[in-house]
Design a protein around this ligand. Structure first.
Ligand code: PLP
Length: 446
């Protein structure tokens, strides 16, 4: 967790500003202190500082990442980090849960209001925990489930043999069209009629377009299946009004809180009031025990931020930037799966520049451009690149910078592994990234 000199100063309660808070009697130091960490554990402080520098000096294009606000980070480093609170507000297995109850009530109420959901469970430790809890609530071992195949952008929790989901349930994969990269709804319907799944899962780690939630609902209804939407990626855009909401269509929506949504690392579940009790029991006590109450508090802060006009404006800029970046890459000969994007996310095929996804990721990394490789929809194992525009948008970059980023990416791909060229590009990347310090003026030392 980033710790800052500003937080250190306020934790000490020093600095002679005429603030009322500063005139309160000094309380024992509590809260994150970069200075205390550096004194006590220089080794680990050095590791964290190197990470801080890496984040600040490179271009962060990992589509699942973002920069949480100082307010969100403060909640993460709050006294609730030390609190045990198994159970739900008003019914805990531990004493002293008054503040924890209040924080969770606020977080859940804000999530319900933000997404128009009858019920919100804000306790899942992660997106994966939320998905597994949704399965636990709605499925029995061995049930048939229809989900996007892993080679077409499905998540591990959508039936990978390397994941608990693949062991417990009988998954069948639908695919994206190898020509267009779009979900093949006719195939989804055909497979649904054939296997009669207990649940249909809609969600992907690399789908750059809006899923047609109404089509998924119709198919689910036709075969009597439940519809589970794993909206881990687009939920932040949904919060800002920049993507259609799955909430009116899905039986349950699983989500993360740390991607475009820009909150703490964590998960959540949204459903109708009729499923509330089943969902809650599936999270606690079935798949988790003590919720991370500091994270729950930080989720409340993030939901508060997401309800503002500033946040809507940010999600609009995220999509605008992703489109500008996709356009810039296409101009330089990079293939763009589906021909563009509706979201924060781009799937690019660098093959026309003579390099595959894995080598491309390494060449970009050498230049300080950080992103992921991902499956391309051709179904033949070829890999491409996944880029996201959320973090750079949070930093304040706009379309002119996206043009520069596209040019830097193309240069890094074309120059290949030559160390001199990579070092030169790295300098240009550092210059661009450093001109957009995240939360300029609010985080000391940047
Ligand atoms: C990111 C993601 C998850 C998992 O989130 P974690 O918090 O990493 O567990 C699940 N499903 C999809 C579609 C995702 O993109």
């Amino acid at each position: 967790m980033p710790v800052t000199d500003a937080a250190d100063a306020s934790a000490r309660g020093t600095r002679g500003t005429p603030d009322a808070a500063d005139q309160a009697p000094p309380s024992p130091a509590y809260g994150p202190s970069a200075a205390a960490l550096a004194r006590q554990d220089p080794e680990l402080a050095g590791v964290l500082d190197a990470e801080r520098r890496r984040q600040a000096e490179g271009l962060q294009l990992v589509a699942a990442e973002n920069f949480a606000s100082p307010a969100v980070l403060a909640a993460l480093a709050s006294p609730l980090a030390d609190k045990y609170a198994e159970g739900y507000p008003g019914a805990r297995h531990h004493g002293g849960c008054e503040a924890a109850d209040e924080a969770e009530r606020i977080a859940a109420a804000r999530a319900r209001a933000l997404f128009g959901a009858g019920h919100a469970n804000v306790q899942p430790h992660s997106g994966s925990s939320a998905v597994l809890a949704a399965y636990a609530a709605l499925l029995r071992p061995g049930d048939a489930v229809l989900a996007l195949g892993l080679r077409h952008g499905g998540h591990l929790t959508h039936g990978s043999p390397a994941n608990l989901s693949g062991r417990c349930f009988d998954f069948t994969a639908y695919r994206t069209d190898p020509e267009t990269g779009l979900i093949d709804y006719a195939q989804v319907r055909e497979l649904a009629r054939e296997i009669r799944p207990r649940a249909l899962v809609c969600g992907s780690i690399s789908y750059p377009r809006h899923p047609d939630y109404a089509a998924f609902r119709e198919i689910a209804d036709e075969v009597g299946a439940l519809l589970i939407v794993d909206a881990a990626h687009p939920i932040g855009l949904v919060a800002g009004g920049s993507a259609p909401s799955p909430v009116p269509y899905a039986d349950v929506v699983c989500a993360t809180t740390h991607k475009v949504l820009r909150g703490p690392r964590g998960g959540m579940l949204l459903c109708g009031a009729e499923l509330a009790e089943r969902m809650d029991r599936a999270v606690f006590p079935f798949t988790q025990s003590g919720a991370q109450m500091h994270t729950v508090a930080a989720k409340a802060v993030a939901f508060g931020e997401a309800a503002t006009a500033d946040f809507s404006e940010y999600t609009g800029r995220v999509v605008m930037n992703a489109r500008a970046l996709a356009g810039g890459l296409a101009e330089r000969g990079v293939g763009i799966v589906t021909g563009g994007t509706d979201t924060h996310l781009i799937v690019a095929d660098p093959a026309p520049l003579g390099v595959d996804g894995r080598a491309a990721r390494a060449r970009l990394a050498a230049a300080g451009i950080v992103l992921d490789s991902c499956a391309l929809p051709y179904g033949d194992g070829r890999r491409g690149l996944r880029l996201g525009a959320a973090a750079v948008t949070t930093q304040g970059m706009g379309p002119p910078e996206m043009a520069a980023v596209a040019e830097l990416c193309a240069a890094a791909l074309l120059h290949g592994p030559h160390p001199d060229a990579a070092a030169r590009l790295r300098g240009r990347v550092r210059e661009l990234a450093s001109a957009f310090p995240r939360f300029a003026g609010t985080v000391a030392g940047e």
